[in-house]
Design a protein around this ligand. Structure first.
Ligand SMILES: NC(=O)C1=CN([C@@H]2O[C@H](COP(=O)(O)OP(=O)(O)OC[C@H]3O[C@@H](n4cnc5c(N)ncnc54)[C@H](O)[C@@H]3O)[C@@H](O)[C@H]2O)C=CC1
Ligand SMILES: O=C(O)[C@@H]1CCC=N1
Length: 270
């Protein structure tokens, strides 16, 4: 089994480590680096996974998963440059950063795979999109696909689509959480106790997601089945359309795509 080191164990790094443990991986096959000692101690106490420095992680692990903020990538690439070679697979989860950046800054021939996952990884329901860099072959994609399949679904996309993927499924869970939060507020507005409103909305979200995933029906068909002539739902839909919710989503996701492009840009000029 491959040994995986997560470099930067923040929210998504923890989601990956925890997801892999839940999927049955041994803590002995996992390790992480983390610049905050307190955070490292907390993760080791919670999951029993060892922390290490970058040279040790590079020596021990077959796969290095980079999970620092895009803005923090430069010092990490400096640390990695002296300790990795073509035998190490580098997997980047960083929004916006092109594989070409890693290839320029690391020794020649190091295989790099760019991935955009999302936080439902924590419960084995991630959506991850993967794209190979210049030196990554089918064998590297297969390793990444196997790793991420343990914590959710995986799609292969050309790297040119990764900024759109980031805006759609990388950030996507936040949009659903935002919607759920607003719907719970609506329940409060209508006088329901918060706990009741939360239960009603969370289970409605779970049920709707299961219908989308399991029936194979188009969302329009599923929505129409809820929308009775002159009933309650159409009154709500009219208000959603009147307030431009659809247009707001299109604009929001376009803005997220633009930000992903921007995050990659300072490095395009390297
Ligand atoms: N949070 C999310 O939903 C998603 C995040 N991502 C990507 O994952 C990456 C991490 O995001 P988050 O986990 O949200 O950020 P975060 O800020 O929670 O985690 C980053 C962690 O890296 C550590 N770190 C920074 N530089 C380090 C270094 N040189 N060595 C060791 N540790 C270092 C920080 O202390 C922090 O704990 C970003 O590039 C982001 O674009 C991708 C998909 C979804
Ligand atoms: O907000 C962000 O930049 C990261 C990337 C995708 C989800 N979270």
């Amino acid at each position: 089994m491959t040994t995986v080191a997560v470099l930067g164990a923040g929210k998504i790094g923890e989601a990956l480590l925890s997801g892999l443990l839940h999927a049955g991986r041994s803590a002995d096959d996992l390790l992480f680096t983390e610049r905050h000692a307190e955070r490292a101690a907390e993760l080791t106490a919670t999951y029993g996974i060892r922390s290490a420095d970058v040279p040790t992680a590079a020596k021990t692990a077959d796969v290095l998963v980079v999970a620092v903020k895009p803005q923090d990538i430069d010092p990490l690439l400096d640390d990695l440059a002296g300790v990795v070679g073509p035998e190490t697979l580098v997997v980047s989860l960083c929004a916006g950063l092109p594989t070409a950046l890693f290839e320029r800054r690391l020794p020649h021939g190091v295989p790099v795979v760019r991935v955009m996952p999302n936080t439902p990884m924590l419960v084995g329901e991630a959506m991850s999109a993967i794209s190979p860099g210049r030196h990554a072959g089918p064998e590297h994609l297969a390793i990444v696909e196997e790793l991420l399949s343990a914590v959710g679904k995986v799609a292969r996309v050309p790297e040119s689509q990764q900024d759109a993927v980031t805006a759609l499924s990388g950030s996507g869970p936040a949009y659903f959480f935002f919607l759920v939060e607003a719907m719970i507020d609506a329940g409060i507005l209508l006088g329901l106790p918060r706990a009741v409103a939360e239960k009603l909305i969370v289970q409605s979200a779970v049920g709707a997601a299961a219908m989308l995933a399991e029936t194979g029906e188009h969302p329009v068909t599923l929505r129409e089945a809820v929308t009775s002539p002159a009933g309650t739902t159409i009154m709500a839909i009219r208000e959603l359309e009147r307030h431009g919710v659809r247009a707001a989503l299109l604009a929001a996701i376009e803005a997220a795509r633009d930000r992903s492009r921007e995050l990659g840009q300072p490095h395009d000029a390297d």
